[in-house]
Design a protein around this ligand. Structure first.
Ligand SMILES: Nc1ncnc2c1ncn2[C@@H]1O[C@H](COP(=O)(O)OP(=O)(O)OP(=O)(O)O)[C@@H](O)[C@H]1O
Ligand SMILES: [Mg+2]
Length: 265
């Protein structure tokens, strides 16, 4: 068989795992939702993205992951030396981009174990079945997931918290270099939140950048993000350390946005 060499941005990827979102403008359904987002997430850092409902957080997450519904009208997303916008969602996943969805979808007929096996195979390459099952069981055990979960159809009939744990299970199995967690804490009871936060903390490593989208500082108390950003009307209007999330929790968006506005940001 003759192999043809196709120049692919994948082949040019470097090991510099810094995510640079540069002046990103995104339209959804003909309306501008992101209006010039700038963001830099270095490997090993955890960034938290907060913002009122509808401010564009999930839009940013989907756009980085490569969902075709989101139309980029301006800007770049640089990562590992390539412009992610030139890659398909599948190619981005192969480069190590992982998105845990705000609303994970059910896949009837596909068990958790089979789904994970396929996902791991497509992103990391094949692993022997025995080794895969050993890793999966150990990870489920860490996340306090019952073994029976592996045979259930993905997300079908899962409670809100179970869906979120299944997302973290995927994250742990896929070992991405960039993890975007879209409201992974929502719907979790206190114990489950701790388990999921522990899972994220355990996965934290110097090669992986993490972006956590959340509405609640209590989740961030467990995670201890390096940076916190506030997104409002498609722009990051304020960035800081975790004290920014604590302040926001105390005063609410209205007051915070007034403060930001009065400083002329
Ligand atoms: N397919 C679509 N068609 C039209 N508008 C859309 C579509 N998808 C998203 N939007 C709009 O884009 C805006 C941003 O949505 P997005 O889901 O990014 O917000 P969010 O910050 O994640 O909010 P939340 O905190 O509620 O999850 C909203 O006004 C939403 O209605
Ligand atoms: Mg959202």
């Amino acid at each position: 068989m003759i192999e043809t060499q196709v120049a692919s941005p994948l082949a040019e990827a470097t090991d510099d795992n810094t995510l640079i979102v540069d002046d990103l403008h995104v339209d959804v359904g003909g309306k501008e939702i992101l209006a010039g987002v700038h963001l830099e997430v270095r490997a090993g850092e955890i960034h938290a993205l907060l913002g009122p409902n509808g401010s564009g957080k999930s839009t940013l997450a989907y756009t980085i992951a490569g969902h075709p519904k989101y139309e980029v009208t301006q800007g770049r997303i640089l990562w590992r030396g390539v412009n992610l916008l030139e890659l398909s969602a599948d190619e981005r996943a192969k480069l190590g981009v992982f998105l845990a969805f705000q609303y994970p979808t059910a896949i009837p007929g596909v068990s958790v174990a089979n789904f994970l096996r396929l996902a791991v195979k497509s992103v990391l390459g094949d692993t022997p079945a025995v080794e895969f099952r050993r890793r999966m069981r150990a990870t489920m055990n860490d996340l306090r997931m019952d073994d029976k979960f592996a045979t259930r159809y993905l997300n079908e009939g899962f409670s809100g918290g179970e869906k979120k744990r299944a997302e973290i299970l995927q994250l742990a199995m896929l070992k991405p270099r960039l993890a975007i967690l879209d409201e992974t804490d929502s719907g979790l009871d206190i114990d489950a939140m701790r388990i999921v936060a522990d899972g994220v903390n355990r996965l934290k490593n110097p090669q992986m950048g993490v972006m956590i989208i959340t509405h609640y500082n209590r989740f961030l108390n467990y995670i201890k993000p390096d940076r916190v950003h506030i997104l409002h009307q498609g722009r990051i209007v304020q960035s800081g350390g975790q004290e920014l999330a604590e302040h926001l929790e105390r005063v609410g968006y209205d007051a915070l946005l007034k403060e930001v506005g009065s400083r002329g940001n």
